[in-house]
Design a protein around this ligand. Sequence first.
Ligand code: AKG
Ligand code: FE2
Length: 317
Amino acid sequence: MDKDGIIPTVDLPCFFRGGDENGKKKAKELIGTACSKYGFFQVVNHGVPLELMARALELSKAFFEYPVEEKLKCSPTPGAPVPTGYLCKSEPLADKNEHLLMFSPESSFNVYPNNPPEYKQVLEEIFPHFTKLGLVLEGIVNECLGLPPNFLKEYNHDRSWDFLMALRYFPAAETEAGIGKSAHEDGNCITFVFQDEVGGLEVHHDGQWIPVAPKPGVLIVNIGDVIQVLSNDRFKSATHRVVRPEGRSRHSYTFFYNLEGEKWVEPLPQFTKEIGKTPKYRGFVFKEYLELRVRNRFCPPSRPEDLIHITHYTIPS
Ligand SMILES: O=C(O)CCC(=O)C(=O)O
Ligand SMILES: [Fe+2]
């Protein structure tokens, strides 16, 4: 975040069109600093077609307007790492939103709405653009962390746990706090977000909540807990939340560039013994952490301090 409260924006065309080594170097420097200071940045010229992003938002607005019976036709299939399809979160949960979730178009867990008729096709079309961008940004993060070439790509080679969510946040009433998604950190590797003109995403930095102003076509990128642990806190998984505005719905999409569930996560030797530092986390199997987080979301503990965060694995110093 600059002094004016705007999170850094990075232009990415050099990574898609090749050439321009100077542009690449500049973008990498910006991203490296943003990841260690804030855990958040924004990207433009990211390769995801802008008209597809706009169309996806339009279609999810139409979908979430349908009566609940229609939306429930797209109910979760059991067995997926996280429930796919349509899910509504409202009373008694603090977070008031509804979402539609899908894994990659090849996944047998996906359930799609029949209406609006074009929705499935647009979701299936946009998904691989995020996979591609995830790979590009993972490569940049790999370089910024000074890891051996392709280290993260090889470590995180299985794309079957990546998922995309279309979200609708209910309008807040005049008398309520209007939380749409409570303060949290993302548990995955890298997240992409795009939001409509309503806004509402906020990042916690230096004790303050900083709004991420909506800008059409811009993608917000944030580092998740897995990268924070691997890098032994070199890169930050920042706390963020969504505030619901009064009187109007807010729509967004999030793409979670994830990790396969059986993967072992622990601080890498490059950030511990090779530089004489102690690990800040004990190792864990990724899916165990994910399960604890899913349980948190659907059966929240009565005391907020009992919510599971990555600090669950912290080694006391
Ligand atoms: O809707 C948004 O803008 C962000 C949602 C979010 O933080 C999440 O799904 O983890
Ligand atoms: Fe998040």
